[in-house]
Ligand binder design. Structure first.
Ligand code: ATP
Ligand code: MG
Length: 550
């Protein structure tokens, strides 16, 4: 996947099957992404969007964004808005191809009437429990409903009465007449309409009967002229029913359903239902919490759409369920940010350093590269003065020979500046180090060609009087392996906040969506949701893998 081209670089079994179906007419391909607006999208949905949109884009076909909003109980407008935003952000274009399944309720109703007239559907009075009882099991055929043989006229009348609100929820259903002895339980006279006296976000109180998923979804695909209806494996057993509805709908279109394995990722919680639980329990800060694998969470964390496309390209599409290591996702965002993030001087855990032989009134502008590996990003001027901050962990008293940062009596390079030597450690009454007194050597200026002597370490810094204070948030995985039991458990500490981060003032001059690199501490972005009162940075990812790959 090239960053500038939203196209698929590889074929997979889905694409190969479409090629078999369409031959030279690949531009006739028509796909869709059909979210139910009952939650925010997560990265599993991104995989589906990228697959469906990618196919349409690559071969010059069509892509629909369709809200599968046929179940009013859990759906709402906030979810619709967030889904549109996320699909757009991922780069899938749908402006003139945005549809709502609820706009087809009339057609779906008429097709149900047609099925009744053809003696292919009947109104059933069995309760939910009774329907389950009659349905049989994997090992035993089902029994026909006692209401199976109602006359067509009676069915038409009852179905109309259902629509008119004459019955309570659950009192009656409309069921397809297929085959109670089918080995596939989905085919045992499935319910296609149920009564629910609930207002719908789009149709208001117009309907009190709603189509079931299997019935509605096939019709939605037919109505829109979808050629290939790509879904996840749990619908494989529903395919015969999908095809039955397609065949009996009387609609000309014959979409083909194909299934692929859902994306799962280690160390995180997927599935809208599970994510909603975290949100509702207040365990996270909304659906866009940076710890979540929701698209909005990843975005708020600093992930780019390019990294997500790259990730989806790398994991491929298959029929076999698998769990992808979260490190692959992290690898993809590092690869993307490596060459284009803006380096900035930021000290997350500051220790004050006074350079005693540096002029008190002087500010020197030093040239420092904007990106350590991409020279094209050029350099910027960073102010340097007598008082600076360094990372607390970059100083150690009485360190061993293997410690290459700052220690008593030894020299270290300040990045882009001078060698300094620590002469004095100042402590508070409790023995905590609160300040260092150092001297610098004017000869050793970076870029001056100085070769007199070498130092092993370089540390970053920020000029005290040119720094602003900000907050930085570090995230850990939602799920981890318990060291003792080896079970996957919820991580109790997923958020670490440091609120005395000292940053080069110029950080304020960059656009709000800039991707920053804090030297040694990782890639960061500004949290645009929380940064109203104070400046808050989210760590997108560390610079390196925490663990060595096996
Ligand atoms: P969830 O299990 O998170 O609730 P869902 O499948 O119920 O997801 P829908 O809104 O019904 O969510 O799904 C929209 C599309 O996204 C469907 O075609 C579905 O198959 C696909 N999809 C959902 N989860 C994944 C996943 N983990 N990997 C790939 N595709 C997915
Ligand atoms: Mg669902």
């Amino acid at each position: 996947m090239k960053n500038d081209k939203k196209e698929l670089t590889d074929t997979n079994f889905i694409i190969r099957n479409i090629m078999i179906d369409l031959g030279d007419n690949m531009n006739k391909v028509h796909t869709r992404f059909p979210p139910e607006p009952n939650g925010f999208l997560h990265i599993g949905h991104a995989k589906s969007i990228i697959l469906n949109y990618g196919i349409a884009k690559t071969y010059g076909g069509n892509f629909n964004l369709r809200f599968d909003d046929t179940n009013p109980a859990k759906e709402n407008e906030m979810y619709v808005a967030s889904i549109k935003e996320d699909v757009s952000w991922l780069g899938a274009k749908f402006e003139d191809r945005l549809f709502y399944a609820s706009n087809y309720f009339d057609t779906m109703y008429e097709i149900a009437i047609k099925l009744i007239k053809e003696n292919k559907a009947f109104v059933c009075d069995l309760t939910g429990d009774e329907i389950r009882e009659y349905r049989g099991s994997l090992f035993e055929a089902g029994k026909k409903s006692p209401y199976y043989s109602r006359t067509i006229e009676e069915n038409l009348e009852l179905f109309k009465a259902m629509k008119e609100g004459k019955f309570a929820d659950g009192e009656k259903t409309l069921r397809a007449k297929i085959d109670m002895s089918s080995p596939n339980i989905n085919m045992r006279d499935p319910v296609i309409y149920r009564i629910a006296h609930i207002d719908h976000h789009n149709t208001g109180n117009k309907w009190c009967i709603y189509p079931t998923y299997d019935y509605a979804h096939s019709l939605e695909d037919c109505i829109e002229g979808i050629t290939h209806s790509i879904c996840t494996l749990e619908f494989e057993d529903h395919r015969p029913l999908y095809n039955w509805v397609v065949e009996n709908s009387g609609l000309p279109s014959k979409p083909r359903q194909m299934e692929f394995a859902k994306l799962n990722i280690t160390n995180t919680i997927m599935g809208k239902r599970h994510i909603k639980e975290l949100v509702d329990n207040g365990e996270v800060d909304g659906w866009d919490d940076p710890r979540l694998a929701t698209i909005s969470g990843l975005r708020r964390r600093g992930y780019t759409k390019e990294a997500i496309w790259d990730f989806c390209d790398k994991i491929g599409v298959s029929k076999a369920d698998s769990v992808v290591d979260v490190e692959l996702l992290e690898y993809c965002i590092r690869e993307d940010l490596k060459n284009r993030s803006q380096s900035i001087m930021a000290v997350v855990d500051p220790l004050k350093v006074v350079i005693t032989n540096y002029d008190e009134n002087k500010t020197e502008m030093l040239l420092i590269e904007n990106n350590g590996v991409n020279e094209e990003m050029g350099k910027r001027e960073v102010p340097f003065s007598r008082e600076i901050y360094i990372e607390r962990e970059d100083f150690k008293e009485n360190a061993s020979n293997k410690f290459f940062r700052l220690t008593n009596g030894k020299e270290v390079r300040l990045k882009g500046a001078y060698f300094i030597k620590c002469n004095e450690v100042i402590k508070d009454d409790d023995g905590n180090i609160i300040e260092l007194r150092v001297t610098y050597d004017v000869e050793t200026k970076s870029g001056s060609g100085f070769t007199g002597r070498k130092v092993k370490g370089t540390i970053h810094w920020v000029s005290l009087k040119h720094a602003i204070t900000a907050e930085a948030r570090f995230f850990d995985y939602l799920l981890i392996e318990d060291e003792k039991t080896k079970e996957i458990v919820k991580n109790k500490e997923t958020l670490k906040i440091l609120n005395n981060v000292k940053i080069e003032k110029s950080v304020l001059d960059y656009p709000n969506d800039t991707k920053f690199q804090f030297i040694r501490n990782g890639y960061f972005c500004i949290d645009n949701k929380l940064s109203d009162d104070k400046l808050i940075f989210n760590r997108t990812v560390s610079l390196k893998n925490k663990f060595k790959r096996k």
